[in-house]
Write a protein that binds this ligand. Sequence first.
Ligand code: SF4
Length: 83
Amino acid sequence: MSMMPGWEQQAYSTMGQELDGRADPAEVNYREAEDPEMACAECLNFLPPDQCGVVAGKVNPAGVCDAFTPAEESESPMEDMNE
Ligand code: SF4
């Protein structure tokens, strides 16, 4: 059962594509993200608009996989100036 018809087809578009040294989405349990703060769009490996540095094929910004790494190092660059 899928909330968004076609989502999986879009997310798993590696059919016939080369993995290019990256992981197959199925291997890293690529799926639709339940938490928007833990999704490709917030991941260090995400390469906008639809690529990932470690997972092959097109990824969806609203997806997530087991290799998720939060990219929140420079949340607020201005904060340094408050000291
Ligand atoms: S969660 Fe991160 S590592 Fe996993 S597919 Fe998305 S961008 Fe790539």
